[in-house]
Design a protein around this ligand. Structure first.
Ligand SMILES: Cc1cc2nc3c(=O)[nH]c(=O)nc-3n(C[C@H](O)[C@H](O)[C@H](O)COP(=O)(O)OP(=O)(O)OC[C@H]3O[C@@H](n4cnc5c(N)ncnc54)[C@H](O)[C@@H]3O)c2cc1C
Length: 527
């Protein structure tokens, strides 16, 4: 007899962890199924990746590209998901990202609701993840309900100098909104606000919450008519187990959620669960990232550089007719390494001094459009195949030109701009956490997988709350939008179950996480 829960959440990352945090105060019995374990904090965290192609914190999985060529996906399977590795830049999408926008490569579709309608959940997510920032600095930002509760992370002198010079030249640089438990007045003790530390750990003493680690969901079972999910099949540390939940929420990330749905095909859903529209796995999007390294005078060296962003070209601006994207300082040459596999506690120590000056890294992000042919499929053996041809290359080139023009006026370059500003190089192969859009939400079941509450159009008790739901991805980091949406959906699920959650009932961590967490395998049942 399978064990029964009120709510089963598959995945504990930005979406799943935040959803669990939202629902835990309802007192409903919640099971969180997480494929990975806890990521130990370790001194080696800053070392270069050890596993070629996967990064130190990757996994040994093999996926296949559109031509059937194998590759390592650099997936990060941990409690907290990819937020254990993220840089915690927690930005809102711009209001125009919720509308249809014309890009060089075509139109980005509108969301079924507006920025203003979604804004209250941004506010809640910023509070939960302790985002440090300052509203009003970024010219492209939408309205906000209240100022950030925490001030922006202070720029190091070199970054402040760059901000000042750009401001003088008429640009509008702003502080990167950053999720970090940081007390600049009272000494160190900083720690990254990720889904493990912020959302999951405060739940571990709650009697109604069970976290099962080393628990990979392999399939969802339905009733014979295929109207609701009746069983969640799990490979738990090598043994097959089945759990039942009144509500089942997929939050395994955009690739793995699609993979689970496609792999759960049955008589009632021959093309995959909830895939009557044929949209599951399609519209795969991944930001088009370009890295640029510049050399500044060594005296300008700064360790923490990612505190500064520029969105002056987000909508085009200056000479460009088309939306181009965002620019963020990223640090030295290691900042955007192809593996992207080293964790990025914020702020972090990095060696970015080179033989002829100090390195400053910039990450240029342009929007990738949802294309039906960009998709996740699985083969007869359940292996993942990713077909993805990025859009946004022309915008990326124009954004690079805009960056050069912007920086060439600054005094801090070690030499003249032509030598000091390096070439644009594409970031390495994206990992699963970079993807979005494989189960997009929409009002029309013929063209979308999820309704506006992120419930599958075709299944009464199945929700998806990870990056899959994005109809379009914009050109800012996605995690805050995933978190905000998870709170939104959590409130809906609570109401559906006759409860009203109050996030304040769950204690928020105010202290850094313990230095070393033990890797847990097996059931972690607390209380
Ligand atoms: C190096 C790096 C830096 C980044 N920096 C930023 C940043 O600064 N700002 C930003 O906004 N975004 C950033 N991102 C992206 C951000 O982390 C992701 O967009 C976000 O975490 C995605 O949330 P998610 O819920 O979709 O998936 P995840 O957070 O990855 O969570 C998915 C969870 O599901 C689990 N899982 C997968 N398959 C199964 C299964 N079959 N059964 C059970 N569990 C499963 C995984 O282990 C994981 O815990 C970064 C990502 C990386 C890798």
């Amino acid at each position: 007899m399978a064990e029964e829960f009120d709510i089963i959440i598959i995945g504990s990352g930005a979406g799943g962890g935040t959803l669990a945090h939202t629902l835990a105060p309802t007192g409903k019995r919640i099971l969180i199924l997480e494929r990975g374990g806890f990521l130990p904090a370790e001194s080696a965290a800053g070392e270069p990746p050890r596993m070629p192609g996967t990064g130190r914190y990757g996994c040994a999985e093999t996926w296949y590209d559109a031509h059937g060529r194998p590759f390592s996906p650099a997936a990060h399977y941990f409690v907290g998901g990819a937020t254990k590795l993220y840089e915690a830049a927690l930005s809102r999408l711009r209001p125009m990202d919720f509308a249809s926008i014309g890009h060089i490569d075509g139109a980005s579709p509108a969301w079924p609701f507006s920025y203003a309608e979604f804004e209250p959940w941004y506010d809640k997510a910023e509070w939960l993840y302790q985002v440090h920032g300052k509203h009003g600095e970024d010219p492209t930002e939408g309205s906000w309900s209240q100022e950030y509760l925490w001030p922006p992370v202070t720029h190091e002198p070199m970054v402040q100098q760059l901000a000042d010079e750009l401001t003088l030249a008429g640009y509008q640089p702003f502080h990167t909104p950053t999720g970090v438990m940081l007390d600049e007045l009272n000494g160190p003790g900083h720690a990254k606000a990720d889904a493990d530390v912020i959302a999951i750990r405060p739940l571990l003493n709650m009697l109604n919450v069970t976290l099962l680690v080393d628990a990979e969901v392999t399939r969802l079972q339905t009733d014979p008519r295929g109207r609701s999910v009746t069983g969640v099949v799990v490979n738990h540390a090598g043994s097959r187990e089945v759990y039942r939940g009144g509500v089942v929420v997929l939050a395994a990330g955009a690739v793995n959620s699609a993979r689970i749905l496609l792999g759960s095909a049955c008589d009632a859903h021959p093309d995959g669960l909830g895939n009557g529209s044929g949209q599951v796995g399609r519209n795969l999007m991944c930001h088009n990232h370009t890295a640029v390294t510049c050399v500044v005078r060594e005296s300008e060296h700064a360790v923490v550089q990612e505190t500064l962003c520029v969105n002056d070209f987000y909508l085009g601006g200056r000479d460009a007719r088309w939306p181009l994207g965002s620019i963020q300082l990223l640090g030295g040459p290691h900042a955007d390494s192809p593996d992207r596999g080293t964790p990025a506690p914020v702020p972090r120590q990095r060696d970015s001094v080179t033989h002829d000056g100090a390195a400053v890294g910039f990450r240029l992000t342009t929007e990738d459009l949802p294309r039906p042919g960009n998709r996740v499929t699985i083969d007869g053996h359940g292996r993942v195949r990713l077909a993805h041809l990025a859009t946004g290359d022309a915008a990326a080139r124009l954004l690079y030109r805009s960056l050069r023009a912007m920086l060439s006026g600054t005094r801090m370059m070690a030499r003249n701009a032509a030598q000091a500003i390096g070439p644009a190089r594409p970031s390495g192969r994206p990992g699963p956490a970079d993807y979005a859009g494989t189960c997009r939400l929409g009002a029309d079941p013929a063209t979308s997988v999820l309704d506006l509450t992120c419930r599958a159009h075709e299944l009464d008790n199945l929700y998806v709350v990870d990056a899959s739901f994005f109809p379009s991805i914009g050109a800012v980091s996605p995690a805050l939008t995933i978190m905000a949406n998870a709170i939104r959906v959590g409130e809906h699920v609570a109401a559906r179950l006759g409860c009203s959650p109050s996030p304040s009932e769950v204690a928020l961590p105010r202290q850094p996480a313990p230095g070393v967490m033990e890797c847990a395998a097996g059931i972690t049942r607390h209380g």
